[in-house]
Design a protein around this ligand. Structure first.
Ligand SMILES: Cc1ncc(COP(=O)(O)O)c(C=O)c1O
Length: 435
């Protein structure tokens, strides 16, 4: 389709400084493997596999073919009171990747919808068991759970809530786990598990039997890869169990091999009652998310009822084309052993990212598995360094994701050691020039 002179005026971009973008557009036209190609033909190394949503790399023909076949066979089927077989096939396969005990899959279309769905499941679980007073949620500072009202409310990012009213009532936030005395920590900080006792304090002050669920990202991704201290998640699980509170893991980023295990739950050996996922499920090709529920939660909501058990769902829940993309993605994961590959690459990846610590502009580095964050010394205004660096790194042919003055890296799990070195080498050259 042709472009008019003002074609940039009409797409209202999400989470973007739209006017600055129009001054200096960064347009991506093509992709393959770990590389993007810009509109004007330059090659960009993608250190983020999209928004950490394409762990099998860009442009996989196996997924494209599966989607194409599905579009010609069955491009839509209603999921309310009807279904198509592949939704069941996919649900079973997804459960095979879960820790024991997470067995029931509810499909959504995004991470934000997965979070809303999990929160509603938690409320309904207690309601159906007669504990109707359990309506509070506990979230955590510096957590990101998407942009819908529930996720925004339990999320811990002030600008994401600013201007949108009070959000869900009764939500409280634990402190985040970025410890002031821990810097350049690779993997889990050795101390800080006691921060989980914030949940116990809320139980004391608000009544543990008023709390429906506690929701955390096993590793907070979007706010800068905050890795949980050793013992922290275990402690949250204990407190939840002691008070009958459900534990929700938001694994929208940490799923599908990002932490060198299928999910964060396995990496840390802690099983939640509800696990929210999305992104890597379809390799980012078709929007899709899922919530995987424990038998206990599923049974309490559906057991012994006649008629519709859960008044919730989306027109596109379990969309046949998304299912086809997801099945093809999971086949690639299995065939190429991408989780084992992440395990093999983890040390090299973290060595490379942590080597940036020697640069004067770098004030902290954190990382685990195949995700890492680098904090840069701020300029006069917070975030100004980040905005400057987005452009400079783009000009140098690297795409990372900035959150304020911190950038994130989470490449495709198909990357190799040489490509990791190339990405970090280009970043180093740009950061070296920083005053
Ligand atoms: C942990 C987490 N939860 C939820 C979301 C929201 O996902 P979506 O943008 O697909 O709605 C994200 C997105 O980055 C995320 O990282």
């Amino acid at each position: 389709m042709g472009r008019s002179g003002d074609f940039l005026d009409h797409f209202w971009m999400p989470f973007t400084d739209n006017s600055a973008f129009r001054e200096s557009p960064r347009l991506i036209a093509r992709a393959g493997g770990i590389r993007y190609e810009t509109d004007d033909g330059r090659s960009i190394l993608d250190a983020m596999c999209g928004l950490m949503c394409s762990p099998a790399g860009h442009g996989r023909p196996e997924i494209a073919e599966a989607v194409h076949r599905q579009l010609l066979t069955l491009s839509f089927a209603p999921a309310f009171q009807h279904a198509h077989p592949d939704a069941f096939v996919l649900a079973e396969r997804l459960c095979g990747l879960m820790p024991d005990g997470l067995d029931h899959v509810f499909f959504t279309n995004s991470g934000s919808e997965s979070v809303e769905t999990a929160l509603k499941m938690a409320l309904l679980y207690h309601h159906r068991r007669g504990e109707t007073q359990r309506t509070r949620f506990v979230g955590r500072e510096r957590s990101y759970h998407g942009v819908n009202f529930g996720g925004m409310s339990v999320g811990g990012i002030a600008p994401n809530r600013d201007g949108f009213g009070v959000g869900l009532p009764g939500v409280v936030h634990m402190r985040h786990t970025l410890l002031p005395d821990v810097h350049f920590q690779r993997g889990q900080p050795p101390h800080g598990a006691e921060l989980a006792d914030d949940l116990e304090r809320f139980c004391n002050s608000l009544g543990g039997d008023n709390i429906a669920a506690c929701i955390v990202e096993p590793v907070a991704g979007s706010t800068g890869v905050l890795v949980p201290p050793v013992g922290y998640l275990e402690r949250l699980r204990e407190i939840c169990d002691a008070h009958g509170i459900l534990l929700i893991f938001d694994e929208v980023i940490t799923g599908f091999g990002r932490l060198a295990e299928n999910f964060g739950a396995q990496r840390f050996g802690v099983t939640p009652d509800l696990l929210a996922t999305a992104k890597g499920l379809t390799n980012g090709v078709i929007p899709m998310g899922a919530v995987v529920a424990s038998e206990r939660v599923h049974a309490a909501i559906t057991g012994g009822r006649e008629g519709v058990e859960f008044y919730h769902g989306y027109t596109y829940s379990g969309h046949p084309v998304a299912c086809a993309a997801a099945i093809a993605t999971l086949e690639i994961f299995e065939r190429e052993g991408l989780v084992a590959r992440a395990r093999e690459l983890e040390d090299h990846f973290l060595d490379a990212v942590f080597s940036l610590a020697e640069l004067p502009v770098v004030t902290d580095v954190r990382g685990i598995g195949m995700m890492a964050a680098v904090d840069l010394a701020p300029l006069d205004a917070p975030g100004a360094r980040g905005l400057q660096m987005i452009q400079e790194l783009w000009d140098a042919g690297v795409l990372v994701k900035f959150t304020g003055d911190t950038f994130l890296m989470g490449p495709a799990l198909t990357i190799d050691a040489t490509e990791i070195d190339e990405i970090v080498g280009r970043i180093r050259e740009v950061l070296k020039r920083c005053a």
